[in-house]
Design a protein around this ligand. Structure first.
Ligand code: KE4
Length: 439
């Protein structure tokens, strides 16, 4: 077998990263600006990154990694795609932000409405959290109701009313519900089990007339990758229609990831509202929420529901996002992403089987999770029984051989259009070595 980049016996040194994180902890809580990066679920110190290029990351000790996080989703084209960097540089020549309308915001809104069929109007914000927080407020303002249904293990950003049995970092840190959230913020949040149609039906039978909306990840990434049963996703649509509640698909992660038109296009279920982020910013801070015109027309200044943002729609972020989305639209990397991702998913699963490790592989489009779990992961009650200790050993074994995976069993890994067949082969070969030594 061809010898790949990372020889078996090189022990990776990360002394500069360790020193830098110790210094960072003096000024930043936990030394990170987001807990998901803190290695809380796998132990050890985060790697401090110097730069990225294509499918590669390079840390401040000069180590090279094949990157399967892509900044937690945005870099579906890989780091520093020429079209994206050029668009940002061109925008910078005119300035950074004006706090006034620009043509690019309209171009972005039009492109999103063309790409995502259920979007008739859309508002730009600066993060996925802002997008979901705003969408919830709009759904409540539009319906005049207060109750929100979410699902355990789904993460919709650090919104007070939604940070209840959340996924992602909240799950990784074993703190599904955060201190600092008053009971008043969550008393109207009903948390149900993902993929459980009966529970959903009961909730609507009991409180249908009070339910403003359902918000869900149409494919979950934040308890690891969980693909919905068709009957479940259809039930969210049918029940919201029957009770005049708003169906919100949180596509911050899946939007432009699992298909150009998002999970709603791939799985053929149409929400009333959609939230977006990550990929639509191409690595710059961007979020968006939108949906049916009659719903979005309640948003200020068109309507009474207030939402605002100093840097919303700023030209640099719009340039970065537009360049990314145009490459996806015009070059259509999705077939290649599908082929490479299926090969990787199969190779990782085969390696775990060869090593005699109980596991599940969930893959859709270019997102996937290798679960160390004996049972198919369909919901939070199963995902919460993942063997996180074994995942931690797998994570560090891969990291020390130059494979940069999400630092949590409760996340998805991502393949980008910059990954090559050789990257995938190398990753599988290294996984075979690492998994064989896990027992
Ligand atoms: P941001 O506020 O982090 O831009 O987006 C929040 C959000 C909303 N909805 C979904 C489905 C999401 O996945 C996210 C954020 N995802 C996490 C990782 N799974 C971001 C990583 C982090 O928190 O640092």
């Amino acid at each position: 077998m061809k010898q790949y980049l990372f020889a078996k016996d090189i022990l990776m040194q990360r002394t500069n990263s360790q020193a830098q994180i110790e210094k960072a902890r003096r000024f930043i809580p936990g030394g990170v600006n987001s807990p998901a990066r803190a290695f809380g679920g796998v132990g050890g110190d985060p790697v401090v990154i110097d730069r990225g290029e294509g499918a590669r990351l390079y840390d401040i000790d000069g180590n090279e990694y094949i990157d399967y996080i892509g900044s937690w989703g945005p870099h579906i084209l890989g780091h520093r795609h020429p079209a994206v960097i050029d668009a940002i540089e061109q925008a910078l020549k005119k300035g950074t932000s004006f706090g006034a309308p620009t043509e690019m915001e309209t171009e972005m809104a039009e492109l999103l409405c063309e790409a995502v069929a259920s979007l008739e109007k859309v508002r730009m914000v600066n993060s996925g959290t802002e997008a979901t927080m705003s969408a919830i407020r709009v759904a409540r303002g539009y319906t005049g109701r207060d109750v929100v249904i979410k699902f355990a293990g789904c993460y919709h950003g650090h919104v007070d009313s939604l940070l209840v049995q959340a996924g992602s970092g909240a799950l990784t840190l074993g703190v599904p519900s955060s201190p600092g959230i008053p009971q008043g913020c969550t008393k109207d949040t009903i948390v149900l089990e993902y993929n459980n149609v009966e529970q959903l039906q009961e909730a609507f039978e009991e409180r249908g007339s009070e339910i403003a909306c359902i918000i869900l990840e149409p494919v979950v990434g934040n308890m690891g990758t969980v693909i919905p049963d068709d009957a479940f996703l259809q039930a969210t649509r049918i029940l919201c229609t029957a009770h005049d509640s708003v169906l919100i698909f949180d596509e911050v992660m899946t939007g432009f990831r699992v298909a150009y038109g998002g999970a709603q296009q791939r799985l053929n279920v149409t929400p009333d509202m959609t939230t977006l982020g990550k990929i639509i910013g191409g690595g710059m801070p961007v979020g968006a929420y939108g949906g049916r015109a009659d719903i979005m027309n309640v948003v200020s200044p068109a309507g009474p529901v207030y939402q605002a943002g100093t840097l919303s729609g700023n030209p640099v972020a719009m340039a970065s996002g537009l360049a990314t989305l145009k490459v996806l639209r015009d070059e259509n990397p999705y077939p290649k992403l599908e082929q490479l991702s299926e090969k990787l998913a199969h190779g990782l699963s085969e390696a775990a089987t060869k090593a005699g490790l109980p596991h599940q592989m969930a893959q859709i489009g270019s997102m996937m999770t290798l679960f160390f779990n004996e049972h198919p992961v369909r919901d939070f009650s199963v995902s919460s029984k993942n063997d996180t200790k074994r995942f931690a050993k797998y994570f560090h074994g891969m990291l020390d051989k130059g494979i940069y995976l999400p630092c949590s069993q409760y996340e998805a890994m991502f393949v980008s259009a910059a990954h090559t067949e050789d990257d995938i082969n190398q990753t599988i070969q290294i996984a075979e070595e690492v998994l064989a030594n896990l027992n």
